[in-house]
Design a binder for this molecule. Structure first.
Ligand code: PLP
Length: 368
């Protein structure tokens, strides 16, 4: 009989999900109560408070959207730009491209600022791309390339333009300062550095962004005006949708792990793993894909060393053998770098030096 779940031995070093924290998996086993039960509401409120701490914001409108990271992307865009609005979007990978796709569907005028894959976006170019856009949007941590795009300079120079940032792969992995950097809308995903399985998109929205919401979001489910009453309505909470109770337990627990360890310590742990991995790869003659000075510790993109693949094997064979023999998952490339790079994650509970040591050792055994 073929093997059936669970693969308890898997080390998830792909572009996400990372391994969840044990406390998170324990949270899933808690009894399910009603989504309007006062105890659940209290837990949701505490989850929102924890999200504010991790996002480093005091925004009252900070909450988990009940869907994956792409829903956070869509929610932040669909509530802020409509027909006739201009949005400048930085594109240096798959997820900047996805933002453009969402904004075009909203009828917005999209002004793209492109950078080569592997290179960081130029903040000055983003600021100069249009004289008065409603929104400037970019991805903080581009998971398709392993590049960190700087954000703070855009916040300083943007005037009353809204700043929208994808923090799916940055939240809980590298420093992020929503208020101090002038970010108006940010969204993330649970499956990366927060160490929770996929399924929730934490979102935070500034008062300035709320003032400038479109009159009526074309999306019913993602209409912030309606969700707000559910999330922050106090005693008068109105039903909007049935919250995914167990996922909220899990998110609450994951955020608890981060805050107990301390954000600085969590960032330092991710950085130490990224450094160990990247220097180990360079020592072995590998070529890192992301521009130096903008490399993410939590996601390393490395060029496939074609000359070191055993005869007759492709890069996908090495990834398959890593999984079959060592239980280690790494990711392949997307779009124009499919087949050309590997993407290696050190996210959440996976960001442990022993995992990096194991992967480097396994690569030594598999490559020639
Ligand atoms: N943005 C970034 C930077 C991502 O890495 C991802 C997923 O990998 C997304 C958005 C979309 O998130 P999801 O797959 O959870 O919908």
């Amino acid at each position: 009989m073929s093997r059936v779940l669970p693969h308890t031995d898997r080390i998830l070093m792909g572009p996400g999900p990372g391994n969840p924290y044990p406390e998170v998996m324990e949270a899933f086993s808690r009894p399910v109560i009603g989504h309007l039960d006062p105890e659940f509401i209290a837990l949701l409120d505490e989850t929102n408070e924890r999200l504010r701490e991790v996002f480093r914001t005091t925004n009252p409108l900070t909450f988990p959207v009940s869907a994956t990271g792409s829903a956070g992307m869509e929610a932040t865009i669909v509530n802020t730009v409509g027909p006739g609005d201009t949005i400048v979007i930085g594109v240096n990978g798959v997820f900047g491209e996805r933002m453009c796709d969402v904004a075009v569907r909203c009828g917005a005028e999209v002004v793209r600022v492109d950078a080569k894959w592997g290179m960081a976006l130029d903040q000055e170019e983003l600021l100069a791309a249009h004289p008065s856009p409603k929104v400037i949007a970019l991805v903080h941590a581009e998971t398709s390339t392993g590049v960190r795009n700087d954000v703070a300079g855009i916040g300083t120079g943007k005037g009353d333009t809204l700043l929208l940032v994808d923090c799916v792969t940055s939240l809980g992995g590298i420093p992020l300062e929503v208020d101090a950097w002038g970010i108006d809308l940010a969204y993330s995903g649970t499956q990366k550095c927060i160490g929770v399985p996929p399924g929730i998109s934490p979102v935070t929205v500034s008062a300035a962004a709320i003032e400038r919401f479109v009159d009526r979001s074309p999306s019913w489910y993602l209409d912030f005006a309606m969700i707000t009453a559910y999330v922050t309505g106090g005693e008068a909470r109105a039903y909007h949708h049935t919250a995914p109770i167990s996922m909220i337990y899990a998110l609450h627990a994951g955020l608890g792990v981060l805050l107990t360890e301390g954000l600085q310590n969590v960032h330092a742990r991710h950085q130490a793993c990224g450094d160990q991995l990247q220097s180990g790869l360079v020592e072995r003659g590998f070529d890192l894909f992301a521009e130096e000075g903008h490399r993410l510790p939590e996601l390393t993109a490395v060029r496939v060393p074609d000359e070191r693949l055993p005869r007759g094997m492709g890069e996908a064979d090495i990834r398959r053998l890593l999984l079959e023999r060592y239980g280690i998952e790494i990711g392949g490339g997307l779009g124009p770098v499919a087949g050309k790079v590997w993407r290696i994650g050190c996210m959440g509970h996976t960001a442990r030096q022993r995992n990096v040591t194991m992967l480097l050792g396994a690569l030594d055994e598999l490559l020639v």
